[in-house]
Design a protein around this ligand. Structure first.
Ligand SMILES: [Zn+2]
Length: 148
């Protein structure tokens, strides 16, 4: 499977893209790539002192801005600083969208995009507003409910 083109996300998040782990987990759309395993591995390395905090708590200003204005509160605390300031941001990439993707925080807008023609991909990113931890959680094709 080819690596997703990330545009701004790639520069915002210093994410390393591992090989795809196949068809994703049960219950998810086919084509969904789950990065939680990498997240766990990274967090373990941080806790073991193998990776410096500055290397993973490096959210850029733009990502923090989007996290403040176009996101939803994450259901969990930050895995690094344990503050309740973790946000979930969705970036959508696809035809007629800006090269750097569009941050979307409304379900309605996601559904509107899913109904348009062309291939859209949605990247779910978590960012902590306190310590600047950030990580990609999932990348998934955006699908209309009607076509499902
Ligand atoms: Zn944090």
């Amino acid at each position: 499977m080819e690596r997703p083109r990330l545009g701004l996300i790639g520069s915002l998040l210093r994410v390393q893209f591992p090989q795809s782990r196949g068809a994703g987990r049960p219950g998810q759309h086919p084509g969904t790539i789950d990065y939680r395993l990498d997240r766990r591995r990274l967090l373990r390395a941080v806790r073991a002192g193998e990776i410096d905090l500055e290397e993973v708590c490096d959210a850029q200003i733009e990502l923090l801005r989007v996290g403040k204005d176009y996101s939803k509160a994450a259901p969990t605390a930050c895995p690094v600083c344990e503050a309740r300031t973790l946000r979930h941001v969705r970036f959508v990439f696809g035809p007629r969208l800006p090269k750097e993707g569009r941050a979307i925080n409304s379900t309605k807008e996601l559904e509107r995009l899913a109904e348009k023609t062309g291939e859209f991909r949605c990247f779910l990113v978590e960012v902590c507003m306190s310590c600047r931890w950030n990580h990609l959680l999932t990348a998934a094709p955006l699908r209309s409910r009607k076509s499902a």
